[in-house]
Design a protein around this ligand. Structure first.
Ligand code: ADP
Length: 193
C-alpha cells in the first residue's frame, strides 16, 4: 500500500493537494476535518459534541479521531493506499496510526510536510473564510489559536517521522501545480525505493 501522511499547519494546502494526489495515485482520502464536518452537518451525537471544540479551533479528543480513522481503514482494506489529511495531529494519534496500519500488514510510506510561513497562513485562511462558511475560518483570533495548537501539539510529529526516516519537507508557497509536482516527485522517488 502507498500510505501518505500529508502534513502541515492549517491553511498549508493539504486539502487542495489531496484532491490532486488521490486522483493521480488512486488513493482513498481520509480527512478527519471533513469527516467531523460531515458529522456536524448531520447533527450526530459526535458532531454535536465536537462542534464547540472545532469552532474554537481546538482539537477533538484523540480517541474520537483514532476510532474514526480505524473504521475507515478497516472498511477499505482492498484500497491501493490512503492519504491522511489532518491526521495524525498528536503523538498519540501517530502512534495509534502506526499500530492500526501494522495490524493490517502495512505502514506509513512517507510524511509530506507542507511548509508555509505563519503570516501567509493567516491571510489564506481569512480569505477562505469569506466563502468557506467555516466558523473556524471566520476570525483572526480562532485562526491564530489553530496555528498555536499546531505549533504546540502537532509540529512535533516532524520529529516523530524524521526518526523513522519518513519525513520530507516541501516548500508550500507557489502555484498549486508547482507544489503538486514537488509532492509527486517525492512520492515517485520513494516508490522506486
Ligand atoms: P485545517 O487543517 O484547515 O485546520 P481541518 O479540516 O483538518 O482543518 O480540521 C478542522 C478542525 O477539526 C480542527 O481545528 C480540529 O478541531 C478538528 N480536527 C480535525 N482533525 C483532527 C485530529 N486529527 N485531531 C483532533 N482534532 C481534529
Amino acid at each position: 500500500m502507498l500510505n501518505l501522511v500529508l502534513f502541515g499547519p492549517p491553511g498549508a494546502g493539504k486539502g487542495t493537494q489531496s484532491e490532486k494526489l488521490l486522483e493521480k495515485y488512486g488513493l482513498i482520502h481520509l480527512s478527519t476535518g471533513d469527516i467531523l464536518r460531515g458529522e456536524m452537518k448531520a447533527e450526530t451525537e459526535l458532531g454535536l459534541k465536537a462542534k464547540s471544540l472545532i469552532e474554537a479551533g481546538n482539537l477533538v479528543p484523540d480517541e474520537v479521531v483514532i476510532g474514526m480513522i480505524d473504521n475507515k481503514i478497516s472498511e477499505n482494506l482492498n484500497a491501493k493506499g490512503f492519504i491522511f489529511d489532518g491526521f495524525p495531529r498528536t503523538q498519540a494519534q501517530a502512534e495509534a496510526l502506526d499500530k492500526v496500519l501494522e495490524e493490517k500488514g502495512t505502514g506509513v510510506s512517507v510524511m509530506l510536510s507542507l511548509e508555509v510561513a505563519e503570516e501567509e497562513l493567516v491571510n489564506r485562511l481569512l480569505e477562505r473564510g469569506k466563502y468557506s462558511g467555516r466558523a473556524d475560518d471566520a476570525n483572526e483570533e480562532t485562526i491564530k489559536n489553530r496555528i498555536s495548537v499546531y505549533n504546540k501539539e502537532t509540529s512535533v510529529l516532524v520529529d516523530y517521522y524524521s526518526a523513522q526516516s519518513k519525513h520530507v519537507g516541501i516548500y508550500g508557497v507557489g502555484t498549486i501545480d508547482e507544489i503538486f509536482e514537488k509532492l509527486s516527485n517525492a512520492i515517485d522517488s520513494i516508490q522506486v525505493g
